[in-house]
Design a protein around this ligand. Structure first.
Ligand code: SF4
Length: 727
């Protein structure tokens, strides 16, 4: 797109899609975005952009803004009425009154906040303070619960802190890449370009991919392990068993820097190659090769994502992989380490400010009384409530049962993305008040809003995000706020100050908890909260981010640059300073295939779409890779059922049903099926068990979750697939 002559500006920002966190240069004429290109100076992408990132400007066209954007507040006072346009004043006054009365009648835990890894760190910080600091409830959780919480729990259990040790540069320094549960080529495309380039430059760099599907990533592997869904713990324990047997573990490192190995050793003794090969559905010789390559490698880097996380044993999967790294000393050195890739652009920032039901600011734990007292001191409040907050699935269940009366949803679309949609939609129908803070009025969740608060979005916001390698980027707005939209942090503090007045804060000489005039003040408060913590960023000012560009944490006061890699000294942020082996035991998927539901359905990303398609669904060219939803099945299964490519089929689980075209795929085993996660009710017909609407693929998924991370098993459900009878 050619910018208007003479009025062109160029502003550095980041792509708002995945956790690679690519830098973009946004070209603008001051009124509209006229183009984007990769930022050659950004250390995440060095100028490259994928199909999604390179079409970002098309999502900000003024015509589109009018069609899909929420541009002014709307309210309704009866569920069966239409929402009407309202002023900001009356909307925020109404919300403050309603929340205050509800808290007085039913207590602070009658309010719930469900926010998003798409928010900026500053937005997240004030939301968290509003819930935990002002209202006094820990009922604040985020859609990152659906993507990253198993990685958080895995890191904390083993290494003592939620901190990915490696960095992107390690891809170029590795001798072995072990990609598990991640179709990196689709989900983190620019990182994958780095992988391709590293392999071109270093032919000795090997790549193992473990995945139930032969994805584009798997096709490039030197060794592909087509494991059965959910068998990752068995695979990692089996690899460790072989490493032990073949003396490929690093006894000295284990002795000096870890604890708990004896217990783990007694468990992995049972994971013989024969047992593991049978459990995982792979060849024994491939398992042995994988273990040898891993144990013998000078530097093994694991890259993993939702295939590990979105599981009822997600934490165990993460911990078992980290066990393997610790035992073989594949951590804390160039080219090595367990590297969890974040799905969303700022899932990391949300974790840093503690924007989840079980976390507090700066990687503190809600369950720790000292941490609660520290945060109370920082915020100038009497106490942070000790009662655990509801995590994502629990929160909507509490809405459904009436325990939570008011649900405030920001920048996310649970009426499409949460598992077991029939229950989620029932919850939204039964809530006393649904507040939706959104840039897009077109989401399925916006349909349930009693109050719609229009939010700014990419190219309009100012603040910071953190990508997968702990790198923080600051950016400024390119465009003015459209219509009456406000920034997310602004809405929170405008509401919070009204609520403070109602709650009497200020009368006794206390000052507002939200004294900010801009995002920099919020950032500075967040920075201060990290003092002495593992992610200390007390030295990282906006000015440094502006002058020196994106920086990795930790970046304590006095530092001149961020920390590339963690744990190079072998000291871990645990009480003993040692990393901990976790005794991980393989558990099968929650819902095994059986005679009635004989297929194992797995879900995943398509190359050119993002989440529920609120943004990517507005760009025609992003449909050229996959133009419609489909269920992929093995040719063998289709032939047995006399199905041809394009035949419409019913895909049915215990929770709902979809009608989709079936497509044969050479990349799927018999007995398995795959549906892309992005397509919502506009694209798929069918219904949930509530009999209402289509609900997208999450009509089928199961809400069972990992007991440690509370992350749901979005990656696996048992289904039946029957040819649809045409009328
Ligand atoms: Fe955006 Fe991710 Fe693509 Fe980079 S790889 S351009 S962050 S979607």
């Amino acid at each position: 797109t050619k910018p208007a002559a003479g009025a062109r500006t160029e502003t550095k920002a980041t792509c708002c899609y995945c956790g690679v966190g690519c830098g973009v240069i946004v070209e603008s004429d001051g009124q509209q975005v006229t183009g984007v290109r990769g930022d050659p100076d950004h250390p995440a992408n060095f100028g490259r952009l994928c199909t999604k990132g390179s079409t970002l400007h098309l999502t900000a066209s003024p015509v589109l803004q009018q069609q899909v954007r929420a541009l002014h507040p709307e309210m309704r006072f009866r569920r069966d009425a239409r929402r009407e346009r309202a002023s900001w004043e009356s909307t925020l006054d109404y919300l403050a009154r309603h929340v205050d009365e509800t808290v007085r009648r039913h207590g602070p835990d009658s309010i719930g906040f469900y926010i998003s890894g798409q928010l900026l760190t500053e937005d997240y910080y004030v939301f968290n303070k509003l819930a935990k600091g002002l209202i006094g409830t820990n009922n604040i959780d985020t859609n990152s619960r659906l993507c990253m919480s198993s990685a958080v729990a895995g890191y904390k259990q083993t290494l003592g802190a939620d901190a990915p040790p490696p960095c992107y540069e390690d891809i170029e320094q590795a001798q072995l890449l072990f990609i598990v549960g991640s179709n990196t080529a689709y989900a983190h495309p620019i990182l994958y370009r780095r992988i391709e380039e590293a392999r071109r430059k270093n032919p000795a760099l090997k790549m193992i991919v473990a995945d139930p599907r032969r994805t584009d990533t798997a096709r490039d592997a030197d060794l592909f392990l087509p494991i059965l869904p959910g068998t990752d713990v068995a695979l990692f324990n089996g690899m460790l068993h072989i490493c032990l047997w073949e003396d490929l573990v690093d006894a000295e490192y284990i002795d000096s820097h870890t604890e708990g190995f004896a217990e783990l050793k007694s468990i992995v003794r049972d994971y013989t190659p024969k047992f593991v090969a049978e459990t995982c559905g792979i060849r024994e010789e491939d398992l042995v090769t994988a273990a040898r390559w891993f144990g013998q490698s000078k530097a093994a880097l694991s890259l993993y994502c939702q295939g590990l996380n979105q599981s009822a044993s997600g934490t165990a999967k993460n911990a078992a992989l980290i066990n393997l790294h610790l035992a073989t000393h594949q951590i804390g050195k160039p080219g090595a380490g367990p590297f969890s890739l974040t799905g969303q652009p700022n899932a990391m920032g949300g974790r840093e400010v503690g924007g989840m039901a079980n976390l507090l600011s700066a990687h503190r734990d809600l369950a720790n009384p000292e941490h609660r007292a520290e945060v109370a001191r920082l915020w100038g409040i009497d106490e942070v409530p000790a009662k655990p907050g509801k995590t994502a699935v629990e929160m909507f269940e509490a809405v459904r049962t009436g325990e939570i009366k008011i649900i405030w949803i920001a920048c996310t679309n649970p009426a499409q993305s949460m598992p077991e949609q029939a229950l989620i939609r029932e919850a939204l129908r039964h809530a006393e008040l649904v507040i939706v803070q959104e840039a897009y009025k077109t989401t399925a969740t916006a349909d349930y809003a009693d109050v719609l608060l229009p939010a700014t979005t990419w190219s309009e916001k100012e603040g910071t995000v953190t990508n997968s390698e702990r790198r923080i980027t600051r950016f400024k707005p390119v465009l003015p706020k459209p219509g009456e939209a406000r920034h997310d942090w602004e809405m929170v503090i405008d509401f919070a100050r009204r609520l403070e007045v109602r709650m009497g804060r200020g009368r006794d000489g206390t000052r507002s908890l939200f004294p900010y005039e801009g995002v920099e003040q919020i950032w500075n408060e967040h920075r201060e909260s990290t003092r002495g913590r593992d992610l200390d960023i007390t030295g990282l000012t906006y000015q440094i981010l502006e002058q020196q560009g994106p920086q990795q944490w930790p970046f304590p006061e006095g530092a001149t640059e961020g920390s590339k890699r963690l744990y190079e000294d072998g000291v871990f942020p645990t009480a003993s300073g040692r990393a901990r082996f976790v005794p991980t035991v393989y558990q099968p998927v929650v819902e095994k295939a059986d005679a009635r539901f004989p297929f194992g359905l797995t879900t995943g990303r398509l190359r050119d779409q993002w989440h529920g398609m609120s943004r990517t669904g507005t760009v025609a060219q992003l449909f050229s890779h996959a133009s419609e939803p489909a269920v992929l099945m093995s040719r063998q299964d289709m032939e047995r059922r006399m199905m041809a490519d394009g035949d419409l089929v019913h895909v049915t689980s215990r929770r709902g049903s979809q009608i989709l075209p079936a497509l044969a795929s050479e990349d799927i085993r018999a007995g398995q099926a795959f549906i892309g996660m992005h397509w919502g009710e506009e694209y798929v017909s069918g219904r949930g068990n509530d009999g209402n609407g289509s609900h997208g693929v999450n009509a089928l998924t199961v809400a069972a979750y990992c007991p440690s991370s509370k992350q749901p098993e979005l990656k696996h459900a048992a289904v039946k697939i029957l040819k649809a009878e045409l009328p």
